[in-house]
Design a protein around this ligand. Sequence first.
Ligand code: ADP
Ligand code: GLC
Length: 483
Amino acid sequence: MKIVFAISEITPYASTGGLADVGAALPVALQGQGLDIVRVMPMYRRVLEDDHAHTDTGLRLHVPVGLRTLQAEVWQSVDPGPPTYFIRKDEFFDRRELYSLPERDYDDNFERFVFFQKAVVALMDQLQFRADIVHANDWETGLIPYFLDHGIHGVGRGRTEKVVYTIHNLAYQGIFPDSEFPYSNLPYSCFSLEELEFYGNINCMKGGIVRADVLTTVSKRYAQEILTPEFGCGLEGVLSDARDKLHGIMNGVDYSAWDPSTDHLIAAPYSAENLSGKKTCRKAAIERLGLEASSGTERAPVIGMVSRLVDQKGMDLLSEAMDRIMSKDVYFLLLGSGQEEYQEMCLEWAVKWPERFGVYLGYNNALAHQIEAGADLFMMPSKFEPCGLNQLYSLRYGTIPIVHATGGLDDSIRDLSEDATTGNGFKFREYSVPALMTAVERALVAYRDKKKWAALQKRVMQEEYSWDRSAREYIGLYESLLT
Ligand code: ADP
Ligand code: GLC
């Protein structure tokens, strides 16, 4: 079976969050199960500047974008694993960020990603790749089924491929003014109520939803939630109409990157059999964030958090709750970047509790690993969470998650008060400060019983969220489309 996997970010080349982790691991798992798969992503500045060697394939694509015809260079990674093609066009992708600066989105995002998606289709045709399935992800690739159907010039192509479209986050839909529609060169009939039109604008994610053959999202719970007005972000009606082709497949964990027994980024290795290295990691993480790991630190648990600092991640709740959290005897280590008001808030917290609140603003993968390893508890109070990966990483690092019961957090974390023998975290249902604080307080009480705590850590570290399981579910869907 031949698959083209189109995605706008892949770890380690360029990443803003979990999407890139999926781009890194799912194609590898699919290849491991015998599929012939290639990936395609844009060649951002970060890719141009990273340490990995990339080669120019010499292939050139001619891509119409409205009235202009632009040339794309096709580069390729030399790393092992599924072939990765990079679409190079410096005018669009040689920029500091992937999609937006802190204060605003790049104002040519529609044009940039129309170009990228057309280049994916042009590449498939030029290579005569003859894919059985094109697997597209999130709004940046939502128009791919249109370009497969209508061709990059909009005059017809005749699609033979089936399209699987995965929604990683419905909150980002790729909405653009109708005046930009001509960049797509698609027939105007595609800009209808049934297709790309959304309150007078173009909605790229809606396109993926209506035109894909199969639709997936990244947890079973989120697959149900997005059919409701609370989580559907205005697309609940469109999704309800598409519910027969909608499936929830939980993401997995790339244990070759996220396992404390083999993780080279952390201060000392440890495992469920021998947890002693976690103490070293704990001290190192506290000190890495500029705090002093005094002799009393064993008593005070370390709460870790690694997150985009945006509304989705529960920052409003934390802004109200932080005084109460820090009134307890705890350390808080936070790594994140995002909305300016939340970044400032984090800096204020660091000033307010200089000995116990450590913050690093920015994107830093090594530090993400060090916090996972060094923390005792991991904070994820997300308002909504399609899947969430850090709670799954936390389990493997023996770092007990505190989560809001939503999406993939609800699917993967079982509250310890409901079942002490199978529970793996602390979960609160109501999105409120008192509910969050009850979970925090329960966690702090549990932490005091060192023997039970160690037993809990050892148990959760053995849970398995492998990509092989997810890959098998995707393959089942691919096969269902080809019979
Ligand atoms: P989302 O994709 O919504 O941001 P996920 O939980 O799926 O959330 O994935 C987040 C991923 O991004 C994890 O691998 C996490 O470690 C990483 N991450 C988030 N923020 C940062 C940061 N500031 N520095 C390094 N890694 C980060
Ligand atoms: C999105 C979601 C996150 C999910 C990730 C990968 O960024 O916010 O919950 O884990 O995609 O699917």
